[in-house]
Design a binder for this molecule. Structure first.
Ligand SMILES: N[C@H](CCC[C@H](N)C(=O)O)C(=O)O
Length: 300
């Protein structure tokens, strides 16, 4: 079974994009209309597959006003309701400022003259049930403690964090980014997060500038996380730490994030602007016996 793919990245967060729309596959009847978690893991594998942080599939939309339906999958085979960096890449790939149909609703995009892409990432969800969290709490002050000691925190010490959903669950810890690789893996699966969570580590540098590292759910440490940047600004605004328009600096560059006031000052959409780069296109042969070096059965 072979099919065409495009490799792209947004600030180093990289993607394999497969366009399953019939007209693109040229009626290639052998192209699958969907992939199993094991096939997703095989494609994402950086040794035995193509290699990427997320696999992105495109399909014909079934929502009025949408130009394309987009789904996002992590290397462990799990599906995510949002992926900011990949949303910019899909808009850049299709051109003409498409509206994306995602699990988080319709996301209008703008292909800007200088090559950057702006995506309306939808409204953040800030109620504990919507993140979701496993217990009632004020999502501006998470009941979360350090699962281990680091150079910056004692085991069991209270962590300063907030949470929201951008269509996927995000916890933002106002904590040194150096601890992302140490604390992220354990916090991703903390009991507080029934669907696991992306764990952002944010250092506030000024009211309009922060540094961010994200341990991504189902993917691990990535150079950038678009929905994580949106969530970090929303969470920091709710804590009075930054203004509603903030630059989020990550390993390979920055995103401009703006949380619009909306009617009640809380429910506006979040606008994300940044780059999207096409690296190469190719054909991939996939068989059910394609080996993959993953550590566990995908999709868990
Ligand atoms: N790992 C995330 C999805 C990818 C998000 C990230 N790559 C972005 O740019 O938003 C999750 O399971 O919710």
């Amino acid at each position: 079974m072979s099919f065409a793919f495009t490799k792209m990245h947004g600030l180093g967060n990289d993607f394999v994009i497969i366009d399953f729309r019939a007209e693109v596959q040229g009626g290639n009847s052998s192209a699958p209309s969907s992939l199993t978690p094991r096939q997703i893991a095989a494609l994402c594998d950086r040794r035995t597959g193509i290699g990427c942080d997320q696999l992105v599939t495109l399909a014909a939309p079934n929502s009025p006003g949408a130009d394309v339906q987009v789904r996002f999958f992590n290397p462990d085979g799990s599906e995510a309701g949002a992926c900011g960096n990949a949303s910019r890449c899909v808009a850049a790939l299709l051109g003409d400022s498409p509206t994306l149909q995602t699990q988080h609703g319709l996301l209008p995009t703008t292909c800007l003259p200088g090559g950057e892409i702006r995506v309306q990432m939808g409204r953040p969800l800030t109620a504990w049930q919507d993140v979701p969290l496993s217990e009632p709490c004020d999502t501006r002050a998470l009941p979360l403690n350090a699962p281990r000691a680091t150079d910056h925190v004692k085991e069991g010490e209270k962590l300063d964090g907030a949470a929201c959903s951008m269509g996927n669950p995000h916890a933002t810890l106002f904590h040194v980014i150096e601890d992302a690789a140490l604390l992220g893996p354990m916090l991703e699966k903390a009991p507080l997060f029934p669907e696991r969570a992306n764990i952002g580590f944010a250092e506030i540098l000024s009211p309009r500038h922060m540094r961010l590292r994200v341990w991504e759910r189902g993917a691990g440490l990535t150079p950038a996380c678009g929905s994580g940047a949106c969530a970090a600004v929303v969470n920091a605004v709710r804590r009075g730490l930054v203004e509603r328009h903030c630059r989020v600096e990550m390993e390979l560059g920055s995103l401009e994030i703006a949380w619009n006031e909306g009617t009640d000052g809380q429910s506006g959409t979040v606008e994300m602007t940044g780059p999207a780069v096409k690296v190469f296109s190719g054909l991939f042969e996939l068989t059910d016996s394609t080996p993959w070096s993953g550590q566990r059965e995908p999709g868990l």
